[in-house]
Design a protein around this ligand. Structure first.
Ligand SMILES: Nc1nc2c(c(=O)[nH]1)N(C=O)[C@@H](CNc1ccc(C(=O)N[C@@H](CCC(=O)O)C(=O)O)cc1)CN2
Ligand SMILES: Nc1nc2c(ncn2[C@@H]2O[C@H](COP(=O)(O)OP(=O)(O)OP(=O)(O)O)[C@@H](O)[C@H]2O)c(=O)[nH]1
Ligand SMILES: [Mg+2]
Length: 459
């Protein structure tokens, strides 16, 4: 495939030490050479070499920038094409001037978002799951999400999908033989064989799908709503977890009016924390809107941190909230445990299990480690380190896995009710194709465009 030559600023535009323009395509080296004055002749230079020199405006000979230029010749490059990287001084001006000069010559055009990664895909250097992992890498907000994406970028998920597809190809071959030689006793055996193999593939798919929930959490964080009646210490808890004074804390009930959102990682677990207004009946118009927002945060939460003031007996507002928390994933926090306890814990026993109740003093930072352990037990069964870090977290992948699974169960059902084998074969083939779509076999151009358009510019 011969494509044109593209360029873009690949570093975040803003103040920084250096900025990098990436150029990729057949004319990357010759087009860069037209602007580059150096002791080296980069047209002749070997791959993976770095050259010092200046960018000179060919129209007037003016020196525009002092740069370092890197050459990576295809296919040994990120895009598998000839790649030149121009490292300019940081800031916005220098890098934009150099890019403008490069584009002005007419042999290079500006890249679309994700186009470098798209080329790596089109040139067969990476498959679709790997390309999608690159988006996850950029967006990951915790070390762990990053490790998972890195693993996928290396091709761990696609290797699993390829193994599955290989098994289905063998199955298809087996069916083919049977269609050609349809003797009765062979048919019996084949039916059983197809059934077993399909069952096995379904189990593998289920195993991958089971990781999806965790994968989503790792990527997006557990949506965690801190709720409770006014003044129990919700905002104090947010601040303690964030280790910054993000939310206003006062001893006046009804301090927090809006939902405050912060992203943290607690012992490697990413949480999207929502501090909410204390929930109570109120005539105050502003506070009432706040309480409504608290309720909607409560609805969308994956995890609810229900804060109580252990220094006071259970309040009517606490009881009402407790009713509403029935059946939801809740951790009860008995806050202010530095003060004398006036709350009868037996009253909580009806609603919450003992393991989900944590004694806390935000003021003295007691109990936060226990909270961390309880969250870990709830969401990862205490086991955070998945054996091989392969998680399915992409909605497209999840959908395709479900579809492939459906095709395989269709095949098994068809066998059970005695449908001819050449019809059964269609279901197995469909499953094989659906798995292929995951890694980018036989995907449409518009889907490819849609996937890569999610990337940022210069990636
Ligand atoms: N300056 C710079 N830093 C970067 C990137 C980049 O493109 N430029 N990357 C962009 O995301 C990442 C690194 N990814 C890369 C992946 C493959 C190749 C590459 O040249 N691959 C060759 C192997 C070359 C060799 O083994 O000697 C190949 O696969 O053939 C380069 C960068 C992160 N850092
Ligand atoms: N003794 C003690 N006081 C605490 C503790 N945690 C919070 N407080 C105090 O309780 C008061 C209320 O704290 P906030 O964090 O504003 O309570 P809130 O639940 O966010 O209140 P609203 O926003 O009004 O719903 C403040 O005076 C805090 O200093 C604790 O662990 N021990
Ligand atoms: Mg508050």
């Amino acid at each position: 495939m011969t494509l044109d030559t593209i360029a873009a600023i690949s570093t975040a535009v803003g103040e920084g030490g250096i900025a990098v323009i990436r150029v990729s395509g057949p004319d990357a080296v010759t087009e860069s050479a037209k602007l580059f004055r150096s002791k080296s002749n980069i047209v002749e230079a070997p791959s993976h070499t770095v050259h010092y020199g200046h960018i000179v405006d060919p129209d007037n000979g003016e020196v525009v920038e002092e740069i370092l230029l890197t050459i990576m010749r295809g296919p040994r490059s990120f895009t598998a094409e000839d790649v030149v990287e121009l490292s300019t001084h940081g800031g916005v001006i220098a890098v934009k001037r150099v890019l403008a000069l490069l584009l002005r010559q007419g042999g290079v055009r500006i890249a679309e978002p994700g186009e470098f990664s798209k080329r790596a895909f089109l040139n067969g250097r990476i498959d679709l799951t790997q390309a999608e992992a690159v988006i996850d890498l950029i967006r990951s907000k915790s070390d762990r999400a990053f490790s998972v994406a890195m693993k996928q970028a290396e091709g761990a998920l696609s290797r699993k999908v390829k193994v599955l597809r290989h098994q289905l190809v063998e199955l298809l071959a087996h069916i083919e033989v049977n269609i050609d030689y349809p003797e009765h006793d062979v048919t019996e055996m084949t039916n059983q064989f197809i059934h077993e193999k399909s069952q096995h593939a379904c189990m593998e798919i289920d195993r991958l799908l089971k990781t999806a929930e965790e994968g989503k959490i790792l990527r997006e964080g557990i949506v965690t709503a801190i709720v409770g009646r006014p003044n129990v210490g919700k905002s104090s808890l947010l601040n303690a977890l964030v280790q910054e004074n993000k939310a206003i804390v006062t001893d006046i009930p009804g301090t927090t009016r809006d939902v405050i959102e912060e992203y943290i990682t607690l012992g490697g677990i990413p949480l999207r924390l929502l501090d909410t207004a204390g929930i109570r009946e109120t005539m105050d118009v502003v506070e009432r809107i706040g309480v409504e927002r608290s309720r909607s945060a409560l609805e969308q939460a994956d995890l609810i941190l229900f804060v109580l003031n252990a220094n006071e007996p259970l309040h009517e507002d606490d009881r009402q909230l407790m009713e509403q928390l029935q059946g939801r994933p809740v951790i009860v926090l008995l806050n202010k445990s530095d003060l004398p306890s006036n709350l009868d814990p037996s009253e909580l026993g009806h609603f919450f299990s003992e393991e989900s109740i944590v004694k806390l003093s935000v003021l003295e930072e007691i109990g936060l480690d226990r909270l961390e352990r309880v969250i870990r037990d709830m969401f990862f069964g205490g086991e955070l380190e998945s054996a091989d870090l392969t998680y399915v977290s992409n909605v497209r992948h999840i959908t395709l896995l479900h579809e492939a699974r459906k095709s395989l169960t269709d095949a098994m059902e068809a066998i059970d009710i005695g449908i001819p084998i050449d019809i059964v074969q269609i279901d197995v083939r469909t499953a094989w194709e659906q798995l292929g779509e995951m890694i980018g076999d036989s995907v449409s151009e518009s889907l490819i465009d849609q996937i890569f358009s999610q990337f940022c510019l210069g990636k």
